[in-house]
Design a binder for this molecule. Structure first.
Ligand code: FAD
Length: 511
């Protein structure tokens, strides 16, 4: 008999399974497909090495669980390229028109190695021995003591409890429950993006970036194949490049013309960004054609919406032997990956864990923070160099070191807050009677020594950099310039501590 059977190896089920496995619990993850990830699927382009996300790609700065998990798993995040001119394609014959330079992605972030890197890291923590691929759940029944799970290949499993982490609509349409449960609220919940299709392609160079374009475009004419496009490359530089898009064609039309879609995609990309894109080979993921993502009801209900799910989707049933997880059950950010993690954390709470339990082996409290800071050091320095190169490439050398240092510091401190939000603290470490002040003081000490090592690395790098010889002020930083940078960094550190104090006060109040 299994302790906890989890069905569905998307981000929600996998994060939950990895957390329980990390606690040493008896957990087995059953997944219908022959791969993990669900609506996360990343392909690596053989020529350029670029990771192309054909499902979920973006997360945002205000999504603490996703950010903390990426940081904890040591996965590097990059900013979504959003700079330059956008295009509008409203007339199939006339070609694109400029549509301004306003960013459209709201500060979105991606993982340098694609979201698949997060899935691979979680799968590594779960361990192959706890994983059953190719297991399509068809029914689940309660014996009054445990649950029985039946799979399409005729196999059966028994577990103390089961967590179904598949889209609620699929659960309602494809799984039989005994005793019967009220499936109406499950069937009503649209699976976010299930009826869509996405394309991505890597190219040796990004002609749109060379032309000062962002890669963002929208198409409004009737014959458009793609409704929108966006850059999928890495920050900085114009080679190699990658571009992606969402289809404007509906699922039926896509199915009817599937063989011709790559050519149609390449042709619209060429019309937007230059003839050389006509020869590129787009990858296409049509999620509407995937039975373990898209339910029949999602096809007849194609207007996309992310709505707050009813509480019925979050209830424990069968005296605590049946639970539902998955992004569409989340209270916060349903439909998004952040919602998938929030749902995993909610199930952990239902199983008796404290808030913030989705820690994936992170050491609790300040020890966890110290470990995270240490692991983040190299990435912070890489981020400084990236921001510096960007400023120099854009011919903005004035105070390039100062801005790049501050950008890299603010990035790390922003992530540090997310990491703190997800750490576990003993009540004494957060108490108003001095515990919280002491925690903030010690965290401040750790952040200060990190910042001082970071600044030391920056000054040493600048002094030895050949590229910076052409910019004497940045190469051998004068004392007053160094003072100004240190003052900026210290202000950022002060702001971090104030925010940290507020965050810990909120955590203490929630305990
Ligand atoms: C094209 C596209 C783009 C997106 N872009 C973004 C984005 O940029 N940012 C963002 O935050 N979100 C985005 N999303 C949404 C995001 O992918 C989801 O919120 C998230 O991946 C959901 O994770 P999940 O684990 O809840 O569900 P899923 O990923 O759907 O996982 C469910 C799992 O259950 C399995 N399963 C289904 N039926 C059965 C069965 N009967 N038996 C066993 N297993 C079963 C499936 O195979 C799947 O692995 C996008 C989605 C798509 C399709």
């Amino acid at each position: 008999m299994i302790g906890t059977a989890i069905v569905g190896g998307g981000l929600a089920g996998l994060a939950l399974a990895a957390e329980l496995a990390g606690e040493g619990q008896d957990v087995v993850l059953f997944e219908a497909r022959e791969r993990l990830g669900g609506r996360i699927r990343t392909e690596t382009d053989a020529q350029t090495g670029l990771a192309l996300d054909l499902g979920a790609a973006w997360h945002w700065p205000d999504q603490p669980l996703l950010r903390a998990l990426a940081a904890r798993l040591g996965l590097e995040t990059v900013a979504q390229h959003d700079e330059g001119g956008a295009l509008l394609l409203n007339d199939a014959e006339a070609g694109p028109e400029p549509a301004g330079t306003a960013p459209v992605h709201g500060g979105a972030l991606r993982l340098r190695d694609g979201m698949g890197a997060m899935i691979a890291a979680l799968a590594g923590r779960l361990g192959a021995e706890r994983l059953r691929l190719g297991h399509v759940l068809v029914s689940v029944s309660d014996t009054g003591d445990h649950v029985r799970l039946h799979f399409a290949d005729g196999t059966e499993a028994q577990a103390r409890r089961a967590v179904l982490a598949l889209p609620p609509r699929l659960a309602a349409q494809t799984v039989a429950f005994a005793p019967q449960i009220d499936l109406a609220p499950f069937a009503a919940m649209q699976t976010w993006m299930a009826s869509t299709a996405k394309t991505a392609m890597a190219v040796p160079r990004a002609p749109w970036r060379e032309a000062g374009l962002s890669g963002n475009s929208q198409a409004g004419h009737e014959r458009a194949v793609l409704g929108e496009t966006f850059d999928l490359g890495l920050p900085g530089g114009t080679a190699p490049g990658a571009i992606g898009g969402f289809f404007a064609l509906d699922a039926g039309t896509r199915a009817a013309f599937s063989a011709g879609l790559p050519m149609l995609v390449a042709s619209q990309m060429a019309q937007l960004f230059g003839a050389e894109l006509a020869a590129a080979e787009p990858l296409i993921a049509d999620w509407a054609a995937e039975p373990f993502t898209c339910a029949a009801a999602d096809l007849s209900d194609p207007a996309l919406r992310r709505s707050a799910p009813p509480a019925a989707l979050r209830r424990a049933l069968w005296q605590g032997r049946l639970y539902f997880a998955g992004s569409e059950t989340a209270q916060r950010d349903p439909g998004h990956m952040e919602g998938a993690l929030e749902s995993a954390e909610r199930v952990l709470r239902q199983l008796g864990r404290p808030p913030g339990a989705l820690s994936l082996g992170a050491e609790p409290g300040l020890a966890g923070f110290a470990g995270w800071l240490e692991a983040r050091e190299e990435g912070a320095f890489g981020s400084y160099r990236h921001h510096l190169n960007q400023r120099l490439a854009r011919q903005q050398p004035a105070m390039a070191t100062r801005y790049a240092a501050l950008d890299s510091v603010e990035e790390v401190l922003g992530e540090a807050l997310s990491v703190f939000a997800a750490l576990r603290f003993a009540p004494g470490e957060l108490g108003a009677d001095g515990g919280r002040a002491e925690t903030v003081r010690r965290a401040g000490g750790m952040a200060k020594s990190f910042l001082s090592r970071h600044m030391g690395g920056i000054l040493a790098f600048n002094r030895s950099s050949c590229a910076l010889r052409n910019f004497p002020e940045e190469h051998e930083l004068p004392a007053d310039y160094v003072q100004a940078i240190l003052a900026d960094v210290s202000r950022a550190g002060g702001g971090f501590l104030a925010e940290l104090d507020g965050l810990l006060a909120a955590r203490a109040a929630a305990h």
